[in-house]
Design a protein around this ligand. Sequence first.
Ligand code: IPD
Ligand code: CA
Ligand code: CA
Length: 267
Amino acid sequence: MSWRHVAVATEAVVQAGAIQLERYGQGVKVDYKGEIDLVTEVDHACEAAILDVIRSRFPDHDIVTEEQDLARTGSRYVWLIDPLDGTINFAHAYPMFSASAALAVDGEVVAGAVFDPIRDELFTAEKGAGAHLNGRRLGVTRADALIRSLIITGFPYDLHQRLVERLRPFVRVMARARAVRRAGSAAIDLSYVAAGRADGFWEAVLKPWDMGAGRLMVQEAGGRVTRFDGTPVSLGPDEIVATNGLIHDELMTVLREEASTAEAALV
Ligand code: IPD
Ligand code: CA
Ligand code: CA
């Protein structure tokens, strides 16, 4: 039954992606939610398009979306919408951003779609029915050690205020993994773990809209998604570790380690 929800999530993110592509690289009006937390006119335009799609199909469902605080009715069905994930990238014409839509039923994500309009890549996931990229079934990697793994991360917008706290785990993982990337769109980061383009991802705080679709993508591709201590991730805001499963314990252990003297000297 969730295939209908995946279809509507897909329609919503593809419409948003078309707006992103049309406006990409042309300069965009920016407003500030915080010192480094931006919102552009394109975020708002994408949000309006996504809301139109969802409301026209499911008028009774609740919607949690990044740029508007919408009233909730208490519906069992809650959409989690990130109209433009990677706003800083978009504002700088750095080609790594997406739109993300997910549906949670009774607090569990059951359907999701992430669209990267630059690469024309549509990632979809349905609970119990797998994750797909442009219709091709996805599976996580088989890397079984951090030293042979490519890990992605991201930083919440409180980075300047909590620099040392945020950088310590980053330095530790840098010291253990083959490589660490910070790409700037959590929805794409998680989709890449599902697609086997990376072995794991972590972030200290993600909002419901950042990780709604991506977390299901990883689970449906055979990966594991938890908090840093192995407990279930809430809908958010929450911390998240998402991996191929095989490196999960090792990555959690490194994230939770006390800073070594060498690391402490660095940050
Ligand atoms: C951000 C991106 C980024 C992540 C931040 C998110 P936004 O979303 O996903 O990669 O590190 O935590 O807030 O603001 O571009 O939608
Ligand atoms: Ca986001
Ligand atoms: Ca956003």
